[in-house]
Design a protein around this ligand. Structure first.
Ligand code: HEM
Length: 422
């Protein structure tokens, strides 16, 4: 393993990163830049000081090393890129971190022991058994989306099918059905702050969205305290009332996290999956004629065009990975999208093959922060594609697919489709 840090190579790697993160071309086709990084500078120390990893094994190792954890509530990106953020953006970031008041960070941004405590409490809702028991309601919610698509015959799949994830989380958490639609734009605005290069307007809209969600859930918490339901929020409140294992602020940050982590990501699994099928008509035919491949197809969609393209860790103490020492405070960016296309891990990685059976990609990360909703997301993806195959003779692209212009959470703004019912 080599560390490319001669001036020449460094500037080339920096250039790749800037192309990847900040150009329309990079956002549209990140695989080109990932390949260059992986082949030329797989462990790349950018002039920002952050280390970018693009190989599967290196990323996996970092995810599984608990000396490398979280210390930044804004997630990876921000200061990692080899360019200065604008004065306004830096000042605003400072202002929001100073004004966080008594809001509590979610488990995503915590290290043990707080992470272990919170994750332990919430993970009971996400056992494979529990998710399996939700399958019937996921099927029902999927049918609602498919009915809407069948009725109009042509429309934007992100708009119509993208309701599934928010509805599933709404039901799980215990948000009244009439409010599900209200959450979609809020969550989309909120998660923009996870990107490496958000604009000032996006950051402001994100703060406003999280504040609004915080207020909504503070009110719902009061309601559930007096009238508990059979839902996750009521279950967490019961834990809160039975001792000091979780605070009210943590209940609120947890339910917001479920929406933030589980809505757009799963929408993008559906949208990116459709995009992959449209650009590979042979695989579309194969799937439509063999619905039993749905499980491996969803896994391949997750690998080939991962809804989460990058993640990050900070060295909480001095650490090392092969051929690199990481002094305490080092910032590491794991390029999941690149790791999932690593030829050392996957055969012909740039090919999209729905029957591929080569084990898990890193799309849900690994180690202690491994996605808590992975089973749920897979189930939703499987139900959606099974439903599409069952209901429609064909699904065709009915216009240009429009990228959302984000990289951390990669997906489409619009996926125009036309369906023919069976
Ligand atoms: C295809 C859809 C999804 C993808 C690609 C995805 C991806 C990820 C990734 C990469 C992480 C690790 C983040 C890190 O290490 O910093 C993560 C964490 C998490 N995800 Fe997902 N996710 C998806 C769907 C969901 C769903 C549906 C839920 C729940 C409703 C969910 C809840 C969470 C939670 C709570 C965490 C934090 C776990 C922890 O910090 O211990 N995710 N997800």
């Amino acid at each position: 393993m080599t560390q490319n840090n001669s001036n020449n190579e460094m500037s080339k790697g920096d250039e790749y990163l800037l192309n990847l993160f900040l150009t329309d071309e990079g956002i549209a086709n990140p695989a080109i830049w990932y390949k260059r990084l992986r082949e030329e500078s797989p462990i790349f120390r950018s002039s920002s000081g952050a280390i970018f990893l693009s190989r599967y094994e290196d990323c996996r190792m970092v995810f599984r090393d608990n000396r490398l954890g979280k210390d930044d509530r804004d997630g990876p990106g921000g200061t990692a890129l080899p360019r200065e953020e604008s004065e306004e953006v830096r000042a605003y970031r400072k202002e929001i971190s100073a004004n966080r008041g008594d809001s509590s960070p979610s488990m995503l941004f915590l290290n043990p022991p707080d992470h272990t405590r919170l994750r332990g409490l919430v993970s009971r809702a996400f056992t494979p058994k529990r998710v399996e028991s939700m399958r019937a309601s996921i099927q029902e919610l999927t049918e609602d989306c498919l009915d809407n698509l069948a009725e109009i015959g042509e429309g934007d799949a992100m708009e119509i099918l993208g309701f599934l994830p928010v509805n599933v989380i709404g039901e799980l958490v215990g948000v009244p059905r009439s409010d599900w639609e209200y959450f979609r734009p809020l969550v989309t605005a909120g998660v923009a702050s996870l990107e490496a290069a958000p604009t000032l307007e996006e950051l402001k809209a994100s703060t406003a969205a999280f504040t609004e969600m915080g207020e909504y859930f503070a009110a719902l918490l009061e309601e559930r305290k007096s009238i508990p339901g059979d839902d996750l929020m009521s279950a967490l409140i019961a834990v809160e009332e039975s001792g000091d294992r979780i605070s009210e602020a943590e209940v609120i940050s947890t339910v917001i996290l479920l929406f933030a982590a589980g809505m757009e990501t799963t929408q993008n699994l559906i949208g990116n999956g459709l995009g992959a099928l449209f650009s590979h008509p042979d695989q579309m035919d194969l799937l439509w004629n063999n619905a039993e491949y749905v499980e491996s197809a969803v896994e391949e969609m997750l690998r080939w065009d991962s809804p989460v393209q990058l993640d990050g860790r900070t060295a909480l103490e001095d650490a090392e990975i092969p051929s690199l020492t990481l002094p305490k405070g080092s910032q590491i960016v794991t390029l999941i999208g690149a790791a999932n296309r690593d030829p050392a891990r996957f055969t012909n990685p740039d090919d999209f093959q729905i029957q591929r059976n080569e084990g898990q990609p890193l799309s849900f990360a690994s180690g202690i922060h491994y996605c808590l909703g992975a089973n749920l997301a897979r189930t939703e993806g499987q139900e959606m594609f099974s439903g599409l195959i069952r209901r429609f003779k064909s699904i065709e692209q009915a216009g240009d697919l429009i990228q959302r212009g984000r990289l951390t959470l990669r997906g489409y703004e619009a996926v125009p489709v036309r369906v023919t019912s069976r």
